[in-house]
Design a protein around this ligand. Structure first.
Ligand code: CA
Length: 229
């Protein structure tokens, strides 16, 4: 999963340099030059981190920060500021920034701060799914059972992720067709296809193990659970 960063910075050259550096480091980056544009994107897109310049034309950084904090408490915000005064730093942190850097700064320092904030932000979110000793890591896209790696195809992974997110709930073939195969035309029967994938998944995650987790609920669908239905 690629982390998405939004940069709100009115100096075009600085913004471009930041974007290039961050993209080289493996992040996906959007740039905007005004608070208004930034606000529009924050409302329409999902970001993992906001890099925010304090001195902006129009709505300034502190105003944006306050509005962001009213809406989304988890988005990590790193302030970039040229105004190296104690009052500005305090103001930024009081308004809900997670960290700040004074311009000019060394790029590796920025990367280090971003890594810390992303790690911290991640702890609040679900990137690990689990049922008994079956574990899925959504970031590394790895599945393990009883500590052993299990290799899944893309579709099997999506299918298992869906079942894990609905652990202990019955999942119907209609739900799988709609949410995993994105097949909305009900005239297209893909029940057989679903059953084939369920059988393959079962061979990988259940067959070598004594306790079975993936159960068929006759006439209804499937359930991933430690207990047989
Ligand atoms: Ca500026």
């Amino acid at each position: 999963m690629i982390m998405k960063i939004l940069i709100i910075e009115d100096e075009h050259k600085v913004a471009r340099a930041l974007k290039e550096g961050l993209e080289n480091a493996g992040y996906s980056v959007d740039i905007v030059h005004t608070g208004e544009e930034g606000f529009f994107l924050l409302n329409s897109e999902q970001y993992d981190l906001l890099l925010l310049d304090l001195m902006l034309p129009g709505r300034d950084g502190i105003e944006i920060l306050k509005t962001v904090r009213k809406k989304d408490l988890n988005l990590p915000v790193l302030i970039l500021t040229a105004r190296d005064t104690v009052e500005d730093r305090v103001l930024g942190l009081d308004s809900g920034a997670d960290d700040y850097l004074i311009k000019p700064f060394a790029f590796p320092e920025l990367l280090a701060r971003i890594r810390v904030l992303l790690r911290r932000g991640r702890e609040n979110q679900t990137f690990q799914l689990q049922c008994a000793d079956l574990e899925m890591d959504l970031i590394k896209r790895k599945v393990r059972r009883a500590g052993e790696n299990i290799i899944l195809t893309l579709r099997e992974f999506d299918l298992l992720e869906y079942l894990l997110r609905h652990k202990d709930q019955i999942v119907s073939r209609e739900m799988l067709a709609r949410d995993v195969w994105h097949e909305t035309n009900r005239a297209t029967p893909i029940d057989n296809l679903i059953d084939v994938h369920i059988a393959r998944l079962r061979r990988k995650i259940d067959e070598p193990f004594e306790i079975k987790l993936l159960h068929t609920v006759r006439g209804v669908g499937f359930i991933l659970s430690e207990e047989a239905p």
